[in-house]
Design a protein. Structure first.
Ligand code: NDP
Length: 324
């Protein structure tokens, strides 16, 4: 693939998807061919976007679910990026033009995420949020990783999951769940990983490392006699999840809205390039793999349709936009 890396050739305008009011992606998201290429802060790099990963937060923000802590409209959506550094700010130390990087451009998931996201030809991000792209991953695969691996890792850390413990993952086939299964098994050393999905996705759960794949259309996990040290709830079922833990067990839930039943707790992702660097070896040795939805990638022209598909809640793994 031919990718321009000379800062001389960076245009002043770019194409980007923009929304100026809240609503459904197909109603409010407009393609704009005349958006200013972002100006860099001293600690930022400019990335030529090669692939952009989508997350539920992109349509949730668009629907106006987080207005109080969001940035002002108009907004270019998109957190996850994989691309090439084409320009660096004056205080950038780690990266240089031509580096292939990936990351989630928003440090705090819901606290004033950037107005100029990754659904564009170029995006700007602080270098501390980025890492070098694992060499064995394509740009598409890398763009599928940052938000979900960060959410999986931070959540597992907060539960204190340790080697030899058991875990139940609710929503095992989604973007976050596919990462939680793999990290629990291959990074945290869980002795038993159980996970839930509908019937057709059980085999995927097993292939990612689940020892027990539970079909939620047939069985209620909370009725099982077996209890777990940890439940990672990526669905929003904390009331049921707390019934599935051993005494002293922990439940983390990540659905950003709705009630949380104690002792379950919720957190919102804080992203960093250092965390990606720490996990890069597991991506490079193939123990942890990005999972891309069977529909494959969506081209840039179909970002509204891709977000609508994500909104169904039936996506397997990740939706990635490519080519841009
Ligand atoms: P996805 O859209 O990738 O999840 C889709 C998956 O969820 C599908 O494969 C589906 O499988 C599965 N699913 C839906 N309902 C159920 C159910 N009742 N039981 C088991 N599985 C189910 O979402 P993400 O994984 O990216 O995100 C999950 C949630 O976490 C979202 O609400 C998101 O907003 C939130 N989130 C929060 C973060 C935070 O910082 N707190 C960070 C990232 C995400 P099937 O078709 O088999 O039902």
């Amino acid at each position: 693939m031919e990718i321009t890396t000379s800062s001389d050739s960076i245009p002043s305008k770019m194409k980007a998807w923009v929304y100026s009011q809240h609503g459904k992606p197909v109603d409010v998201l407009k393609l704009n061919l005349d958006v200013n290429v972002p100006q860099l802060e001293a600690d930022q790099v400019l990335i030529k976007v090669v692939a952009a990963g989508l997350n539920p937060v992109d349509f949730q923000r668009m629907l106006g679910m987080f207005i109080e802590t969001d940035s002002p409209l108009p907004i270019v959506p998109g957190y996850d990026v994989a691309g090439v550094v084409v320009k660096v700010g004056s205080k950038v130390k780690i990266f240089k033009e031509g580096d292939e990087v990936y990351g989630n451009i928003n440090e705090k998931g819901l606290d004033h995420p950037k107005r100029f996201g990754t659904s564009a030809e170029y995006t700007a991000a602080e270098e501390k949020l980025l890492a070098l792209k694992p060499k064995n991953l394509s740009f598409v695969e890398a763009a599928a990783v940052p938000v979900v691996i960060g959410t999986a890792y931070e959540g597992l850390q907060k539960t204190g999951l340790s080697a030899g413990q058991s875990i139940l993952v609710l929503g095992g086939a989604g973007g976050v769940g596919t990462m939680v299964i793999q990290l629990a098994k291959h990074v945290f050393g869980a002795s038993k990983v159980a996970a839930t999905s509908s019937s057709s996705k059980l085999e995927l759960l097993r292939s990612l490392g689940a020892d027990l794949a539970i079909d939620y259309t047939k069985d209620n996990f909370e009725d099982f006699p077996e209890k777990f040290d940890v439940v990672y709830d990526a669905v929003g079922q904390s009331e049921r999840a707390v019934k599935a833990i051993k005494e002293g067990g922990r439940v983390v839930t990540i659905k950003p809205v709705g009630a949380v039943t104690p002792p379950a707790f919720r957190f919102i992702l804080t992203s960093s390039g250092a965390m990606l660097e720490k996990l890069n070896p597991f991506l490079e040795n193939g123990k942890v793999k990005p999972v891309i939805d069977p529909k494959g990638t969506f081209p840039f022209s179909q970002i509204p349709e891709a977000l609508s598909y994500l909104q169904t809640g039936r996506v397997t793994g990740k939706i990635v936009i490519h080519p841009i």
